[in-house]
Design a protein around this ligand. Structure first.
Ligand code: PEP
Ligand code: MN
Length: 339
């Protein structure tokens, strides 16, 4: 980290600043030029609050030269991480497809979708029990009953389940859930992220609608800092000025996340597109750009879905898309886990 000092800073202020930094176990390199005076900081700068430093009377500006995240950082963990979920593995060449309805609506709906996605080769079942809806008047999910139905579908199909948590107070209902999803709207719910750091279950962390890659990785860092390193990153589209699609799939997030982090990356083409016909091309793009998996919404009767019907594939459409995904994942050297 480099601190650029104000031209008006006097020796007394500079010495006080250096003493303050050294007290934090940082080594300070002082460099006085004709135009400006710089302090180079070496050591653990991740815990430094830049805004706090900027408030110092002697400081003009602060530049970070290393990323503020450590545990999620590839610099300190050069190899790709593999996350184990029961018998399955995601990351470092192992590819997974998570499929199922946006929300769990009934036993009939979930059982029908679970059996059909399994038959097409999906390796995890998704389904929201606690739903973060934009309107308080929309269907909010079956809550605890939804989790019970997911566990029943898991018992019938053998598919491990992925479902979303909205608050740390719900953790007691997630004991038997295989992967806990943190939705886009909760990416910066720091209290929830901290609580998930104290458990060992894999977490599928979705990127917020308008969050930078650095903010996304800092949220992963929150979970990892508590001791839970089983984090899977999920890009699900971001807000842009474009109005003809629901969100914009940020394909460049895949190589960026892979460059800066060792964590697996899953793509959600359903929420990115908001329309069924775009799920297949976005899935192809995700595989080609290096994704480790996909999460896709499937409904037995999309027209009557209680949530996200417009982007939900029906079982026949999903089966076709899956054929294509399997071919392309194999072609790209990803090991497709069909257990
Ligand atoms: C979901 O997966 O159904 C969901 C609500 O996703 P997101 O948080 O990405 O909007
Ligand atoms: Mn949805």
């Amino acid at each position: 980290m480099i601190l650029i000092l104000k031209q008006t800073a006097n020796q007394e202020q500079i010495q006080a600043l250096i003493a303050k930094l050294e007290a934090r176990q940082l080594t300070v390199h002082y460099s006085r030029g004709e135009q400006s005076t710089l302090l180079g900081l070496v050591g653990d700068t991740a815990s430094i609050d830049i805004d706090n430093l900027r408030a110092d009377d002697a400081i003009e500006d602060v530049k970070r030269i290393s990323e503020p995240y450590k545990l999620a950082n590839r610099r300190f963990h050069p190899l790709d991480s593999q996350i184990k979920v029961g018998e399955r593995t995601i990351g470092e060449g192992f590819f997974q497809v998570i499929a199922g309805p946006c929300s769990v609506e009934s036993a009939e709906q979930l059982t029908c979708v679970a059996h059909s996605v399994k038959a097409s080769g999906a390796t995890f079942l998704r389904g929201g029990a606690f739903k973060p809806r934009t309107s308080p008047y929309s269907f909010q999910g079956l809550e605890e009953e939804g989790i019970r139905l997911l566990l029943e579908a898991k018992r019938q199909t053998g598919l491990p389940i992925v479902t979303e948590i909205m608050s740390d107070s719900q953790l007691k209902d997630f004991d038997e859930v295989d992967i806990i999803q943190v939705g886009a709207r909760n990416m910066q719910n720091f209290r929830l992220l901290k609580a998930l750091g104290y458990i060992k279950k894999p977490i599928l962390l979705k990127r917020g609608l308008a969050n930078t890659i650095e903010e996304f990785l800092m949220s992963a860092e929150y979970i990892m800092a508590g001791g839970n390193e089983n984090v899977i990153l999920c890009e699900r589209g971001i807000r842009t000025f474009e109005t003809s699609i629901r969100n914009n799939l940020d394909i460049s997030a895949i190589p960026l996340l892979k460059r800066y982090s060792h964590l697996p990356v899953v793509i959600d083409p359903s929420h990115a597109a908001g329309i069924t016909w775009m799920v297949q091309p976005l899935s192809r793009a995700a595989i080609a750009a290096g994704a480790d998996g996909l999460i896709i919404e499937v409904h037995n009767d999309p027209k009557h879905a209680l949530c996200d019907g417009a982007q939900s594939l029906n079982p026949q459409e999903f089966s076709k898309v899956m054929e294509d995904i399997k071919r392309r994942a194999n072609f790209e050297g990803r090991q497709f886990d069909l257990k």
